[in-house]
Design a protein around this ligand. Structure first.
Ligand SMILES: [Zn+2]
Length: 349
């Protein structure tokens, strides 16, 4: 899928790691045959001399080993060095022992006082470049309180590695970078997960409000579901109901009903010739959508408000009625509910 990216990133990372390791390797000059005078690190207190020259040395000497710059009598050949270096660098070279025949050059690990390599210091050196913030960020992702599958997805998301159409266009896998849901904008990672108008609620619910008690889990689960639903559309031509998705993630719907018979009909269905089969079928198709719905039985005395409003519906005109304030007829029920008197229930045996 996005193995190209992973591969390129891996190569970049390896290159970066190799550079960082190289920066921490210095040479102890022996006979000076292996050590490059300008391009290796061998002068105490200096990095690579090539990075600190007054004028670049000519090509015919830039790759020469250290022993090229020494004299037969065992000193430094300043005529080959001084035209290119400052007084400070000259002094540093002067303080370094010139090559000696019969001794091998050897590598020194700069991060340890004794020059010996240690895995621990190498690890510290490699970790340092990532910065504390970045490493804290990744470790937080791996501690995210969600299923491992979602955690892996968040990790890919944080790396910008989910295969959006914008990404696919970049890899020549498609010639259309637009969003498969709205079709209006380029499908970048942020568009796919946050900005598409089809899922605009996703940015709203995470914009600092407290709709969810457990923000971290909700955020992870939401992003994962949003991407999963996008893939259902792209790969299986299935158009999920985004409103269902909203409820599925954020709410568990509890439907209380005081009729056990009605509940049984909804839960088990009816035969085709049942007088309520049409209505029951409609209710069941709503319940079967991708929500988390719990049907429970409640005694009528425990839910008098709903009961009274259901009765009121007989006298209201057809259509949707929204009450911004409790209806006046509900006053005594709500007051009673506030003071919590016991409601007797007559049981006939
Ligand atoms: Zn879109």
């Amino acid at each position: 899928m996005n193995s190209d990216d992973v591969w390129i990133d891996d190569c970049d990372s390896l290159r970066e790691m190799a550079n960082r390791i190289e920066e921490n390797i210095a040479w102890n000059v022996g006979d000076g045959n292996q050590v490059r005078f300008w391009k290796d690190i061998w002068v105490h207190g200096q990095g690579r001399l090539i990075d600190n020259v007054l004028i670049p040395p000519p090509e015919n000497i830039v790759d020469m080993p250290v022993n090229f710059f020494s004299t037969l009598s065992g000193g430094w050949d300043w005529s080959k060095i001084d035209p290119y270096v400052s007084r400070d660098v000259h002094s540093s070279i002067e303080a370094s022992t010139p090559p000696v025949q019969g001794r091998n050059d050897c590598v020194r690990w700069r991060r340890m006082h004794d020059g010996n390599f240690s895995i621990r210091s190498a690890y510290e050196c490699l970790s340092a470049g990532n910065g504390a913030t970045r490493s804290t960020f990744w470790s937080r992702i791996w501690k995210w309180p969600v299923h491992e599958r979602i955690r892996s997805f968040i990790w890919l998301l944080a790396h910008g590695k989910i295969l959006t159409n914008s990404h696919r266009l970049h890899r020549n896998l498609t010639n259309n970078a637009s969003c498969p849901r709205c079709g209006r904008e380029e499908e970048t990672v942020l568009h796919a997960i946050r900005d598409c108008n089809v899922i605009e609620w996703n940015s709203k619910i995470h914009a600092g409000n407290d709709l969810s008690e457990n923000w971290q889990s909700t955020f992870g689960v939401t992003c994962w579901y949003v991407w999963k639903n996008r893939n259902l559309l792209v790969f299986e031509n299935h158009t999920p109901n985004m409103q269902d998705l909203f409820f599925q993630i954020l709410y568990m719907v509890v439907i209380e009903c005081d009729s056990e018979v009605a509940l049984e009909l909804v839960e088990n269905g009816t035969t085709e010739n049942h007088p309520c089969s049409g209505l029951v079928h409609q209710i069941r198709s709503l319940v079967d959508r991708n929500w988390d719905i719990n049907l429970v039985h409640a005694f009528r005395e425990a839910n008098q408000t709903a009961d009274l409003m259901a009765k009121m519906s007989h006298t209201l005109s057809e259509g949707l009625h929204v009450f911004c304030y409790p209806h006046k007829d509900l006053g005594y029920i709500l007051t009673a509910d506030l003071y919590g008197p016991l409601v007797p229930r007559v049981c006939v045996c």
